[in-house]
Design a protein. Structure first.
Length: 76
């Protein structure tokens, strides 16, 4: 069976800057960034990506399906 890697992704155009993911992240990885997306919201960024434990709590709570952990095929 092929190995899979977990990757944290942010779809910044969907973010509405509610801050729920920032509050729930156990590792304080996420912050509301200074850049605006096309909807006019300051979107979330991974301020400390090296601390992310890929728990996907942020993905579970985001009401706009703007971020989370996905599995990708590991390269050989
Ligand atoms: S996957 Fe977990 S540790 Fe990583 S940003 Fe989301 S809530 Fe934080
Ligand atoms: S929970 Fe979703 S919409 Fe709210 S700040 Fe985080 S990424 Fe943006």
């Amino acid at each position: 069976m092929a190995a899979k890697n977990k990757v944290h992704v942010i779809e910044s155009r969907r973010c509405k800057s509610c801050g729920v993911c920032v509050a729930v992240c156990p590792k304080k990885v996420l912050e509301i960034g200074s850049e605006l997306n096309e909807q006019g919201y300051n979107y979330v960024v991974q301020a400390r990506p090296e601390d992310c434990i890929k728990c996907n709590l942020c993905g579970v709570v985001c009401p706009d399906i703007a971020l989370g952990v996905v599995e990708v095929q590991a390269s050989a």
